[in-house]
Design a protein around this ligand. Structure first.
Ligand code: 6PG
Length: 243
């Protein structure tokens, strides 16, 4: 595992444009190698901006979106058509505009499809195992002001999950309360993990996540390791980092 790479950008628009360019290039390169790249999407506001930018740029890229496999790093355990669903957000901003193959879009089961978040987590894990989800080409993650990523929150039991791909989260400090999240172990199966953060409100969490010391319990983002980790930051989110 190499040291995290930090990429700073003047503002959120430049940040989103650079992430979109880098992702499209990475998908094109994977497909040029004859691969069907797997991408882990995330929820949140900067992710939505990224999805919209990818949709804007899709026509100018050679990515065959029907040969991209989509997963989510986490999902809210709410009805499938709830506006709180990360998958609904991604479909409206990106997937509905680029001709994906539905067989390659793996949503976490919703609360109107299974009884409990535990069932949803187990079904999602089973799909990931059966689909042979080897390595995510890129897993994208946001970060919360408390240092959470996906739905791995400070001090929550999900941080300790072992031998599990996805687990249920309850009493999430960020509403809605019930969620499903990939575990740290699942996140290790990534060729690249990209954290994307914008805004002053993330500056302290970003600095804690990248500090030499500090605990995973306090800042779960510290627990995410992949072969390559890139922190894509705008100037505000990077403002508490040493120069
Ligand atoms: C979720 C997200 C969550 C999000 C961060 C950042 O389901 O809420 O997966 O981890 O990425 O909270 O969200 P913002 O970009 O909106 O601050």
């Amino acid at each position: 595992m190499s040291a995290p790479v930090v990429r700073r950008h003047d503002d959120a628009d430049v940040l989103v444009g650079d992430v979109a360019s880098a992702l499209l290039e990475r998908l094109e390169a994977a497909q040029a190698r004859g691969e069907v790249p797997q991408v882990g999407l995330t929820g949140g506001s900067i992710a939505e901006e990224l999805h919209r930018e990818l949709a804007r740029r899709a026509a100018d890229s050679s990515v065959d979106w029907s040969r991209v496999v989509f997963w989510w790093g986490d999902e809210r355990f709410v009805p499938r058509d709830s506006p709180d669903r990360n998958a609904r957000q991604a479909r409206e901003a990106l997937l509905d505009h680029v001709g994906v193959d539905e067989a390659h879009v793996h949503e976490v089961p919703a609360s109107d499809e299974v009884e409990t978040a535990e069932e949803a987590a187990e079904a999602y894990s089973a799909t990931m195992r059966s689909e042979g989800a080897g390595f995510f080409e890129v897993l994208m993650l946001g970060i919360g002001p408390d240092g959470h990523c996906a739905s791995l929150f400070p001090g929550h039991p999900a941080l300790e999950a072992r031998d599990a791909i996805a687990v249920a989260v309850h009493d999430s400090p960020k509403p809605p309360p019930d969620r499903v999240t990939l575990t740290f172990e699942a996140m290790e199966r990534c060729r690249a993990v990209w954290f994307i953060a914008s805004g002053e409100g993330k500056a302290e969490a970003v600095a804690r996540a990248l500090a030499e010391d500090g605990s995973v319990q306090e800042t779960p983002a510290r627990g995410v390791t992949g072969d390559e980790t890139i922190w894509w930051l705008d100037a505000d989110a990077a403002s508490a980092l040493p120069d």
